[in-house]
Design a protein around this ligand. Structure first.
Ligand SMILES: [Fe+2]
Length: 264
């Protein structure tokens, strides 16, 4: 059963669905692609408009679930958050400002594309792990610091974090750098989940093409693990077995082509 681990479908709380009608359009689009479950992961970004509290999210979630049921759509919804890393954000966990994925040990974490303080980010992930959480890094292929050196993500994975790729990165939806990086991460065992990060119904349009690309790169079994088995384990709060990340050795050709991209 395919489960979408990352979506902005909860209405009116971030830059995703604005109304319950838009939420329903997205849910129908996901169902048409074969998803049977979706985790709603509204942004939590401290000191911005995107910090609706868990209590508020739960009320919207309840209303949305009822609409799905009333319209006879065969799909299960779950609640989580996509938490944006900020220095000092750890203390907000106890306030109930944001939540894990379906109340499990798994936290979905995003960060800025240009990370000036990798050391502090690592320390943040480590502190969460010490508290018993498992950190899932959202869309690493989109971050400048991972595009420049994919082994940075490999090291974070080796230290206990998991990673979620936006599947549309494989079709070039987020640009050529993200696409090239996505292919590297996928083929070097650095990714554990494929998800939509859907903000609009059209976010699901190219899903089938993207899934085929993923299968071409790593095979059906691994793609199934990343779309079905691993998100399923998140929902029931079970541990996920991972393969050791492979070190990426940059070819001279890639070095040259990357250099020309940075210089553009
Ligand atoms: Fe997101």
């Amino acid at each position: 059963m395919m489960i979408d681990l990352h979506s902005h479908i909860l209405p009116g709380v971030d830059d995703g669905a604005r109304t319950i009608e838009e939420s329903m359009d997205m849910i129908r689009a996901a169902r048409d692609q074969g998803f049977r479950g979706i985790i709603l992961t509204p942004h939590y970004i401290a000191n911005t408009d995107y910090q609706s509290r868990v209590k508020e999210n739960k009320a919207l979630f309840k209303a949305l679930k009822k609409t799905v049921k009333d319209q006879g759509i065969d799909l299960f919804l779950f609640l989580g958050n996509e938490v944006c890393y900020r220095v000092g954000i750890l203390k907000l966990i106890e306030n109930g400002d944001f939540t894990t994925m379906n109340g499990s040990r798994y936290f979905l974490i995003e960060t800025k594309s240009h990370l000036p303080d990798l050391f502090n980010f690592e320390a943040f992930l480590f502190k969460l792990q010490l508290k018993g959480y498992t950190t899932i890094i959202a869309h690493p292929e989109r971050y400048d610091f991972v595009q420049k050196d994919p082994n940075v993500l490999g090291n974070l994975v080796a230290k206990g974090s998991l990673a979620q790729m936006n599947i549309l990165s494989l079709t070039g939806f987020y640009g050529t750098r993200a696409q090239a990086c996505a292919e590297i991460l996928l083929t070097h065992n650095m990714v554990h989940f494929l998800a939509s990060d859907a903000h609009k119904p059209k976010s699901y349009e190219e899903f089938a093409i993207a899934r085929e690309r993923a299968i071409d790169l790593v095979g059906e079994k691994k793609v199934s693990q990343m779309l079905k088995e691993n998100p399923g384990r998140v929902l029931v709060d079970e541990a996920i077995n991972i393969s050791e990340p492979k070190r990426y050795e940059e070819s001279k050709k890639r070095k040259r082509s990357l250099k020309s991209l940075w210089e553009k």
